[in-house]
Write a protein that binds this ligand. Structure first.
Ligand code: HEM
Length: 213
């Protein structure tokens, strides 16, 4: 992309081509926004915002924010293309790591406060309860993506292999929606909304891929 220069020869910063410092500020803003749900949970405990069953509230909230984080991460590439804002790509890792952070909190809440580190019980759940099996698979698949999000590791793995590995995120998104769909008992509106959002995000990629091929 050509960068226009102003009369002094300095780059002319626009929405399409913001200064590095602006992108950095956007990254910090994303982190601050991303930590708000956690702040609500931490403050909500003493303030009594978490209702009659705080563990269930925390499990549901962290699960929801993992899913939202995944949706935001997956929407960065389509937004970048539609708006023609290449710098958005520089926020993708932060968004992905925030999703992983909430997945860790979600899993920890389950292991610690729901099952009290009763490992045989946890293994039984993972093997016998399909929605837990699927959620666990999604979580395990996120781990290599989080580990290889570091610049040194991207170099060590190699760009092509890194890209291939990170395509697992599509499978993770599908597993996450199935996990949610299977755990709701009656009203499937919420998981259905996520299913539509992910279908659109993945569908757009498929369309671009077919056009490019
Ligand atoms: C990427 C991984 C995961 C995602 C995106 C995810 C997402 C979600 C979502 C959206 C909910 C429902 C929230 C609501 O009711 O509003 C949920 C609930 C739950 N998840 Fe996960 N989850 C993941 C992994 C896991 C793992 C690894 C476990 C445990 C091994 C787990 C156990 C649970 C449990 C016990 C509930 C609550 C069920 C209930 O309230 O009846 N999840 N999860």
């Amino acid at each position: 992309m050509a960068v226009s220069l102003n009369p002094t020869g300095a780059p002319h910063h626009t929405w399409r081509n913001p200064a590095n410092a602006t992108v950095q500020r956007c990254k910090w803003a994303l982190i601050a926004l991303g930590l708000l749900p956690l702040a609500r949970l931490v403050a909500g405990h003493p303030l009594g915002w978490l209702g009659a069953n705080p563990i269930e509230f925390v499990t549901r909230s962290t699960g929801t924010w993992t899913l939202v984080g995944l949706a935001i991460t997956l929407s960065i590439t389509p937004l970048r293309k539609l708006l023609n804002w290449p710098w958005l790509l520089r926020l993708r890792r932060t968004a992905g790591l925030l999703a992983f952070f909430y997945a860790c909190l979600h899993f920890t809440t389950y292991v610690w406060f729901d099952r009290f580190f009763d490992w045989p019980d946890i293994v039984r759940d993972v093997v016998k309860r399909p929605f837990i099996t699927i959620g666990f698979a999604a979580f395990v698949l996120l781990i290599p993506l989080a580990i290889t999000s570091n610049n040194n590791l991207i170099k060590r793995v190699g760009a092509a292999r890194w890209q291939k590995l990170h395509r697992t995120v599509y499978l993770i998104a599908v597993l996450a929606v199935v996990h949610y769909w299977w755990l709701v008992k009656k009203d499937i509106t919420q998981p259905a909304i996520y299913a539509v959002v992910f279908a659109l995000l993945l569908g757009l990629r498929l369309l671009w891929w077919l056009r490019a091929g």
